[in-house]
Design a protein around this ligand. Structure first.
Ligand SMILES: Cc1cc2nc3c(=O)[nH]c(=O)nc-3n(C[C@H](O)[C@H](O)[C@H](O)COP(=O)(O)O)c2cc1C
Length: 465
């Protein structure tokens, strides 16, 4: 006998409505496609039609988002914009929360553990393949039960032994693109345990377990497609498997205490955060920034290293308004004088001043960083430099803290040139040296990634073997 597996997509399955009997619809489609059910056939059914037959459709217009959903929306919005991901509104987020046991990660998408124990994006809540823009389908509460119902009915009506797998498509960590996965099954075991068998060279396999139902689901996905292919049921013939009466898809969900990835994604995120922070120099959203985020970020900036641990950084927070505007105008007056003295043209001066006005006045928050030089009154230059270095370390922490909150910011050196004006305007102690401004707000667009020098350009090897 040939080693051959056949995949047959059943054409002509009608649009499914709540209450439809899927086993009858599948048997009719088999007949119309001239396929007779055999013992050992596997029927793979897209979750969307199972959910629709069960009436698991929610209209987002009927959903009232909780404060948690609104907070998550606000937290995720800048990342959704930054990564150009379709924006999920608070209503959709609420439905996802209702379908979830816990949130694993909330950035541009929402990765959750569903009520059924699957880790996936958006709890399987799906806007596609359902009529109406505001409608979504939900995962069946117990897809094994639904698979079992369909399998026993098919077996009774066709007098054949078959297996049924309900499939969905999930994205994966570390790899781009969705693949078919099983979310419910009946008549087949989820895993194929190869441990104890031998490889080509007679070596015993010690740890190989194959997720056979996911492999089958992915195979079926090749015909089901994701868009308008309209083939929600696929038959796989010729795959040899052991029949299993009572099985659960839960076998495929890794137990938390042996799951290495829930913790190590945190490590990956640190690198991701370090590399994806950008200086934001475009227009901010009109949306206000909660002061809590500013304070929490400055709290993080306190943890930077500092020479002698003397933590010389001092921060001043400016809200939007006339007080800030008047200071910027005074600083710009000085800028105009300096540039005129340097012989810069009037037009260029006006452009520059206009740009600074927009940046410094329109940002939801403007933060000033000063060095407190009070322990260095005799002025030791190296001590001063160490303070500058320490304050810069704190500023870097600050920028990263903003970034982790979905806020965008930019470091500006303008205060260095107007120290006396700022000190006087704010009645700061004489020992305070203003060194930087940070504009902070929610972004309206993605920033270009500026070129970075290559590693060998910044690395000078002293020892060469
Ligand atoms: C000490 C310092 C001063 C800066 N001053 C300015 C500034 O006055 N104006 C400005 O547009 N950007 C300023 N920047 C931002 C840099 O232009 C930005 O960090 C650089 O182009 C790299 O881009 P990235 O931060 O997105 O990686 C400053 C950055 C630092 C660290």
């Amino acid at each position: 006998m040939k080693d051959e597996i056949k995949i047959i997509g059943l054409k002509g399955i009608p649009l499914i409505e709540p209450g439809d009997c899927l086993d009858d619809i599948i048997l009719t489609a088999l007949k119309e496609n001239n396929v007779t059910l055999n013992d050992g056939d596997i029927i793979l059914i897209a979750q969307s039609i199972v959910s629709k037959s069960l009436g698991l459709i929610k209209d987002l217009k009927d959903v009232k988002p909780s404060q948690k959903a609104v907070d998550l929306y606000n937290e995720m919005l800048p990342f959704m914009i930054k990564h150009e991901i379709p924006v999920k509104n608070p209503e959709l987020i609420q439905v996802i929360l209702d379908e979830s046991k816990s949130i694993i990660k909330a950035r541009q998408t929402l990765i959750v553990e569903t009520k059924q124990g699957f880790i996936c994006a958006n709890a399987g809540v799906d806007k596609s393949n359902v009529r109406g823009d505001s409608k979504v389908t939900l995962l069946p509460e117990d897809s094994d039960k639904e698979a079992e119902k369909i399998r026993t009915n098919l077996e009774k009506k066709a007098q054949k032994n078959v297996a049924v797998i309900i499939t969905d498509s999930f994205g994966r960590a570390f790899r781009v693109g969705a693949v078919g996965v099983a979310v419910g099954l009946s008549g087949i075991s989820a895993l194929l345990d190869k441990r104890g068998s031998v490889d080509l060279y007679g070596k015993e396999l010690k740890s190989t377990i194959v997720a056979q139902v996911d492999n089958l689901a992915s195979t079926a996905q090749l015909l089901m497609g994701e868009s308008n292919e309209g083939i929600p049921v696929v038959l796989i013939r010729g795959y040899k498997f052991e029949r299993k009466e009572h099985e659960s898809i839960q076998k495929i969900n890794r137990e938390k205490d042996v799951d290495l990835f829930r913790t190590s994604t945190q490590q990956l995120n640190t690198i991701d955060i370090l590399k994806s922070r950008r200086s934001y120099k475009s227009k901010f959203q009109d949306k206000d920034v909660d002061m809590k985020h500013i304070l929490e970020s400055i709290e993080i900036a306190r943890w930077a290293p500092s020479a002698h641990n003397n933590q010389p950084w001092r921060y001043v927070i400016f809200k939007r308004g006339k007080f800030r505007e008047d200071l910027i105008d005074q600083m710009n007056q000085k800028l105009r004088e300096d540039l005129t003295e340097e012989g810069v043209s009037d037009e260029l001066i006006c452009n520059k001043i206009q740009k600074t006005r927009v940046n410094f006045i329109e940002a939801p928050y403007l933060i000033l960083l000063c060095i407190d030089n009070s322990e260095n009154l005799k002025y030791d230059h190296n001590e001063f430099l160490m303070k500058m270095q320490s304050a810069s370390a704190s500023a870097t922490y600050l920028l990263l803290a903003f970034h982790t909150k979905g806020l965008s910011a930019c470091w500006y050196c303008a205060p260095l040139f107007t120290q006396e004006i700022i000190r006087k305007y704010l009645s700061l102690p004489k020992t305070f040296i203003p060194i930087a401004f940070f504009t902070v707000g929610y972004p309206t667009r993605k920033q270009k990634v500026p070129l970075r020098k290559k590693l060998n350009e910044v690395l000078y090897e002293v020892e060469k073997n």
